[in-house]
Design a protein around this ligand. Sequence first.
Ligand SMILES: Cc1cc2nc3c(=O)[nH]c(=O)nc-3n(C[C@H](O)[C@H](O)[C@H](O)COP(=O)(O)OP(=O)(O)OC[C@H]3O[C@@H](n4cnc5c(N)ncnc54)[C@H](O)[C@@H]3O)c2cc1C
Length: 490
Amino acid sequence: MNPRPSSALEKALAEAERLLGPERVVRADARSSELLGPNTSMFRSRRLAAVLRPERAEQVGPLVALFDRDADSAGLHAISTGRNWGLGSFQPAQDDSVVLDLGGLDRVRSFDLAAGWAVIEPGVTQGELSQLLADTPRMLNVTVSAAATSVLGNALDRGVGLRGQRTEDLAGLEVVLPDGESVRVGWWPDEHRSAPVYPHGLGPSLLPLFTQSNLGVVTAAVIRLPVRPEALRVVRLAFARPALGEAVTAIRRWVAQGLTRGVPRIFDPLAGGAYGGGQDEFLAHLPVDGTAEAVEALTGLLVAEARRSGLFTRVSSGADDTSAGAEPAELVDLIERGYAGDPDLADRLFEAKMGVPADQLDTRAGFVFFLPLLPLTGEALTEADRLIRQAVETTGARAAATSHLLGPDLVDCVVAIKFPREQAAAERAHRLLDLLHESFAAAGFAPYRLDIEHTGWRDAFAGDPGALALTRRLKAVLDPRQAIAPGRYH
Ligand SMILES: Cc1cc2nc3c(=O)[nH]c(=O)nc-3n(C[C@H](O)[C@H](O)[C@H](O)COP(=O)(O)OP(=O)(O)OC[C@H]3O[C@@H](n4cnc5c(N)ncnc54)[C@H](O)[C@@H]3O)c2cc1C
């Protein structure tokens, strides 16, 4: 049951209705705490005060300012498309927030294929932007989430694409501050000057302040568009669990020496199932790109190195590979297209993994994510595998791990916990999630993204207490009346 709205909130919502039109302000009534429906993680639905749906960026400044007038008027939780599956979907971390749904701001305002940037709004999806770039010399760094997910929402939560971390794609942000002022930080196109894309400018760089942040609401961004490689192939390797440490050491050397680019991935046996992996078999995908001759040469080098090492039970490359155990050509094609900027518009791989179409995930599937960072060493990945198996054994839930290699020293370890949508199974999955937070923390591995039930870990993992205090001072200065809800990373 929702408590009676404060008069400050009533006033802000009444003015929001005048600003946006009544159909774009959905108020909670006393009967409903499920204003936006269930979330796939089966996390407790937060009590929401209202949902606001502006349709133009210019409306957001005046809207945010309405919530800055009185500390009692509730804080705003901004979402782009709200498909933050596994971490809470569209849900805010705290009760009694107002969800600011920016999915209606869906314009690609401008783009420049020669200079390699696009100005996009929060509702622009990776499917839409990649389609716009089809057959051009530029591409989008896509994730393996659904085509209908937001490029900007994912980047603001520090998501990871197949070409690298999405935060690195952000060159500029248009931010509405808590008092309603709109500012542009980082690099922005200027019709009078053709400055190359460089997000830092001179002096302190402000852009990173607004990722995983409660200091502003982002209404647009300049996104970098990488050059599309002329050719691309993914070398696929399989190995058994006892070889994990040595296989990782070998792959790290290839990453460090530039034989593979983008984000190579290592799948544990459960995660590898969707990619043609056999039972008890780990898989590795090593993308190779460049000119056609470079791809030919690098593929040959990697295949020869892999065979010589004696570590791998299967080595395949190219969609027409007919060697024993090679994956079907259609699957290889989907894998390679992802690395080349095609997010699989029909969500075939996504649906094969999740068992339901993307638009039914929140209502029909059970799913949570645990996302720790690891050093790229054989020991660390072996230890992570052990910790996951231990937690799975203790709880009886299922967990599939995919390591995204972000460079020779950094791994984004994605632990996906799928469960049937029933209470007992959800409790087991949530227990597994708690255990992983604890056991990985004890091993020194911290997560880089948090779900709405684990916001407390932000303090536990803050390195220097002075730095944590500084972010809270910034919040107090910029947002004294908490116009923006504290969020997951308060
Ligand atoms: C099968 C599967 C595969 C997945 N693969 C990937 C993957 O490869 N990489 C990956 O990173 N994730 C992945 N995900 C997780 C998730 O689906 C994506 O990260 C997705 O892009 C996030 O949802 P969204 O784009 O709708 O962002 P939103 O949910 O809209 O936003 C994410 C968060 O960013 C903040 N935010 C959003 N918009 C704004 C704004 N305008 N101003 C201020 N703050 C804002 C909010 O805190 C919000 O909760 C996957 C999920 C599944 C189920």
